[in-house]
Design a binder for this molecule. Structure first.
Ligand code: FES
Length: 112
């Protein structure tokens, strides 16, 4: 069971700030998130730092519903966070998203 008192909804950006099939970095509360817009316009949010080594996935290459890490070309599904093969084997954390009037709001942990 998830403790909702430990999380909060935070405005991140406007949908129109992200092109189709692209990604944008969002820094909040000392943490880096990657906000993806799929080819059909859906929005997904994951951690921005690769689970293999330190690289920003928001600097990576987005194709379809996957992102390729810019450092060693590991690939993830940005929809589910699933690691899709070597060298990445640890899934990415994903975050719930709400879209209202074109605003992207993300449910993030409260970080002390
Ligand atoms: S740092 Fe991302 S695949 Fe190695």
């Amino acid at each position: 069971m998830v403790d909702d008192t430990a999380r909060t909804w935070v405005f991140a950006c406007k949908v129109e700030d992200i092109r189709l099939q692209d990604v944008r970095r969002w820094e909040f509360d000392g943490h880096s998130y990657a906000i993806f817009r799929s080819p059909k316009g859906e929005i997904f949010v994951t951690d921005d730092i690769c689970t293999h080594e330190h690289a920003h996935l928001s600097d990576g290459y987005v194709e379809g519903h996957t992102v390729e890490c810019p450092r060693h070309s590991g690939r993830f599904s940005y929809m589910t966070g699933k690691a899709l093969g070597a060298p990445v084997c640890i899934n990415l954390r994903t975050y719930e998203v709400r879209i209202e009037d074109g605003a992207v709001t993300v449910l993030v942990p409260r970080r002390a």
